[in-house]
Design a protein around this ligand. Structure first.
Ligand code: ZN
Length: 140
């Protein structure tokens, strides 16, 4: 399945090792050398497209998506246009979100008060997790 080979020792057993600045990072299983691939092909691209569209649907602004995913807001706008995504008006619920590592997520979930009275979605974000919550608020 994995056709990449290590640029240092040419070994072909490599493992994915996180995403660094939009690039897929790999680790050679033989010599432990880390390397990144400029454009890791369709898989990474569609990963970010889906995440961006998902965030857009959840009411997160373009600039925020840019900040979270490192994909320019113009690119995100183009994806929204390309895929014909129309986010529903969200008048009563306002999304808030935070990005956490695994430990922080466990800690967060432990407290029952964090889970009650609001919608919630946990989505993978590179090597971290994003928790999106919908909090009810009054329309002025
Ligand atoms: Zn190697």
């Amino acid at each position: 399945m994995n056709t990449l080979s290590c640029p240092k020792c040419q070994h072909d057993k490599t493992a994915k090792s996180g995403i660094v600045k939009n690039r897929q990072r790999y680790r050679c299983k033989q010599c432990n050398y880390h390397f990144t691939v400029e454009k890791a092909g369709k898989q990474i691209d569609s990963y970010y497209v889906i995440k961006a569209l998902q965030l857009h649907l959840e009411g997160v602004g373009y600039r925020e998506i840019e900040r979270l995913l490192g994909v320019s807001h113009v690119t995100v706008m183009n994806w929204v246009k390309k895929w014909g995504i129309k986010a529903p008006d969200q008048l009563e619920y306002r999304p808030t979100y935070s990005v956490m590592n695994h430990q922080e997520l466990l800690h967060f979930m432990k407290d029952n008060r964090q889970l009650k009275g609001m919608g919630m979605l946990v989505t993978e974000l590179g090597d971290k997790y994003m928790v999106i919550r919908w909090e009810r608020f009054r329309v002025q």
